[in-house]
Each structure stands twice: as C-alpha cells, then as structure tokens.
Write a protein that binds this ligand. Structure first.
Ligand SMILES: C[S@@+](CC[C@H](N)C(=O)[O-])C[C@H]1O[C@@H](n2cnc3c(N)ncnc32)[C@H](O)[C@@H]1O
Length: 334
C-alpha cells in the first residue's frame, strides 16, 4: 500500500512538473524579450554538461570555491564545537554531483545526515548512490524538488545547516533570492545555519572568459534547453540557427546568457508557432555577482545574519555562514 501510494505521488509530481515546464516555456517565449528559466537547463544531459563546464580552467567559480571549502570546513568544525552543537543535519540545495559536500564530510565528523535537493532527478539519484558508497555511515536522502519552494522536512532534533554552494543563488533575481532565503528559513527553522557560496564582482575580462569558453562547452549547455524543448514539447528548434551570447551587464551586476537567433525563423512548440527576428534573443540565465556587504544586507532582509565570512584569494569568491533568526528571536550577531 505504501509503495503504491509513493509511486502515485511520484507520477503526480512528474506530470505536474511536465505541465509547468510546458506552461513556463509557452509563457516565456510569448514575452518580449523572450525568456526561459535557468532551472530548465538541468535534465540528465544538462547536469552532465554543467559538470563539463566545471572541468574548464576558465570556470573559476567552481575551482575557487572547492579550494576554499577545506579551510571553511575546518573552521566550521571548531565553530560548531564551540557552539556546543553536537550533531549536524545538512540540507544541500542544488546538490548537482555532490562534489562540494566532500570537504565538509571530511572535516566535520559530527554530520549525521544529508538531504540533497535537486531538480535533476536522475542525476541526483546517481550522485546520492555514489556518496552512500563513499560514506557508508552517512544517512543520505535525495529530494527531487524545486528548491525555491518551502519544503516539508521531518524534524531530526539535530542542529540543521543548509548548504548552497556554486553561487546558484546568483541565478535568482534579487526578489527571487529574497524569497528563496525566506523559504529556506522556514524549511530549516529558527536558529538554523546556512553555508552559502556567492560569486563576487570582479574585473569583466575574468567574468567574460568564465562564460565564453573557447571549446563551446558553455554554449552547448545553453543550447541544451532547446534540445530539451524539442524532445519533451515536440519542438523543432534548429540548434544551428541559434548562437550562445553571454556578457556582463554592469548596471544590474550580472552575467546574462542568451540564445540569439542567427536568422529570421519560425519555430513550432507543442503545436504553437513562435517567430524570431534575426538577432532576437531568448534570455536563458542571469548570474548575479555580489559584494560581500551587498549580499549580507540582502540576507539580513530575510532574517539571515552573517556569523562568518571566508574570502578566496583576490576576493574571487565568498562563502558565508548565516544564521536564521526571525525578528522576535535574539541572536549574537557578531
Ligand atoms: C550551478 S549548478 C551548481 C551545482 C553544484 N551545487 C555546484 O556547486 O557545483 C546548479 C544546481 O542546482 C540545480 N537547480 C537549479 N535550479 C533548481 C531549482 N529551482 N530547484 C532545485 N534544483 C535546482 C541544478 O540541477 C544544478 O544541479
């Protein structure tokens, strides 16, 4: 009975996901400028392509954060000991291949369980299975959900820490980022911690190289959203007639990724027609860059207070430890 219900729940969630994908795509392509949500990059192929991006030298956010994490984890281990938080329950948002949890697990010996949340279900299940093989004592629960929504987590009685690496928060507009932080607070609970990696503002040429690699891996990642529409929504995008375009928008403090139509063309999706003028683009992703103080101010608006801040060499990347205290509760906000 339980198994039948669980299967039914999964089927319902899948068809709900299919429906919102279709609605979001049709709505986004009817807008001016046309736009698609970056979460739709990530099917199994998209997750693999993101891993390929991480293997590029140019994609500094991945390497710099991964190099900083062992120092962060060793400090955290001391911090939690001093705070008398004996056992930790970690909730990772946008877990991907679960590579960045490794430095935490290797340095903090009080982590009892991990809930790994990601929208890319197949990839998530494989990543969790691999992690279980490497850390046999760790209780690992995959949760294939949209992390922007409040999530019902069962009580563990342990100290809870969210983990949100990869500067994935930068993919959200400021209002969406505030909503994410608010919902994460509700999900994790009063007094919980959030360890979050945030990319910083820096000279434009470094940003430009990171999102315009010469081998075209980022371009393939960007175009995967069209492949996915073709497959799942009976679309007929010709990938040859769209070009990857990424640039730093200084006014908004963000990298923008677009897919630019290389000629005037019509595309059919789910029996609907969309017209593209030559040069018209679909805005597929933003990656906001924050000064650490700018990010701390944003987080504080959602009642997350900065407890620690680690900066990578040359201030290329920042990792913050935040603590959630809704207005009525007092915390030591050093
Ligand atoms: C930029 S990648 C970062 C991956 C990994 N955390 C890292 O730091 O290398 C973003 C990850 O978040 C997931 N993701 C993006 N939007 C999501 C959403 N709305 N809900 C759940 N997962 C999402 C993607 O599938 C992907 O694994």
């Amino acid at each position: 009975m339980t198994i039948a219900l669980a299967t039914q729940d999964t089927e319902q969630a899948t068809s709900e996901h299919d429906r919102s994908f279709r609605e979001d795509v049709l709505r986004g392509l009817a807008l001016r400028p046309k736009q698609l949500a970056p979460k739709y990059f990530y099917d199994e192929r998209g997750s693999q392509l993101f891993d390929d991006i991480c293997a590029l030298d140019e994609y500094y956010p991945y390497h710099v954060e991964l190099e900083l994490l062992p120092t962060v984890a060793a400090d955290l281990s001391r911090f939690f000991r001093a705070e008398k938080n004996d056992e930790l329950s970690i909730v990772e948002f946008g877990a991907g291949s679960l590579r960045k949890i490794t430095p935490l697990l290797n340095n903090i010996d009080t982590v009892k369980n991990l809930t790994a949340i990601d929208i890319s279900e197949e990839h998530l299940l494989n990543s969790c299975a691999e992690l279980r093989r490497r850390y046999s004592g760790l209780d690992v629960t995959p949760l294939a959900q949209d992390f922007t929504l409040p999530l019902p987590l069962s009580q563990t009685g342990l100290t809870r820490m969210g983990f949100f690496p990869g500067s994935t928060i930068g993919n959200l507009h400021r209002q969406q980022a505030l909503e994410f932080l608010h919902n994460a607070g509700q999900t994790l609970g009063s007094g919980a911690y959030l360890l979050i990696g945030v990319d910083t503002k820096k000279p434009e040429h470094i940003l430009h190289q990171a999102y315009n690699d010469p081998r075209g891996v980022t371009a393939n990642f960007n175009k995967n959203i069209l492949t996915r529409i073709n497959r799942e929504l009976d679309g007929d995008f010709d990938l040859m007639h769209f070009g990857h375009h990424a640039f730093y928008n200084k006014e908004h403090g963000r990298i923008e990724m677009h897919l630019r139509s290389l000629r005037a063309q019509r595309v059919q999706i789910a029996a609907r027609e969309f017209y593209f003028a030559k040069g018209e683009s679909i805005h597929t992703e933003n990656s906001y860059k924050y000064h650490p103080s700018e990010f701390a101010t944003l987080a504080r608006k959602a009642h997350w207070h900065t407890r620690r801040l680690w900066m990578a060499p040359d201030d290329l990347f920042a990792i913050s430890l935040l603590q959630y205290k809704p207005a009525t509760t007092k915390i030591d906000d050093r």
